[in-house]
Write a protein that binds this ligand. Sequence first.
Ligand SMILES: [Zn+2]
Length: 142
Amino acid sequence: MTQTEEKLLRRAIELAAEARTGGNPPFGSLLAAPDGTILAEERNSSLTDRDITAHPELKLARWAARELEPEVAATTTMYTSCQPCGMCAGAIARSGLGRVVYALSGDQLNGLKPPGTGFTDAPSEGPALYDEARVPVEGYYT
Ligand SMILES: [Zn+2]
């Protein structure tokens, strides 16, 4: 990792501390151009916004998909204080960002939490009703 990348990652950690100071979970992220210019910064605001999706990585992915041309988004790097969760990883993939650099891994984060504080997946069932469900989808992805 270059000194510029370390500086950007340290800024993401600062944003995480700012999120905590502001009454939110301690996570922060930024999006940088290839030369290290910061394009956008975000902090977790899930508690103050009462929005379970207000993770900084998701906010930046949405911003990039809305504000950047796909070829520009593909050149950017997200620096984030913690490895993106499954929700954010999906949004990052859909936004076409070029790369993610994180500080804490998801496993390291879980090691810092008390036992039993994680999320559990809701039970799900399926597939079902294939012949009906495929009708609105067929021909869409051509
Ligand atoms: Zn997330």
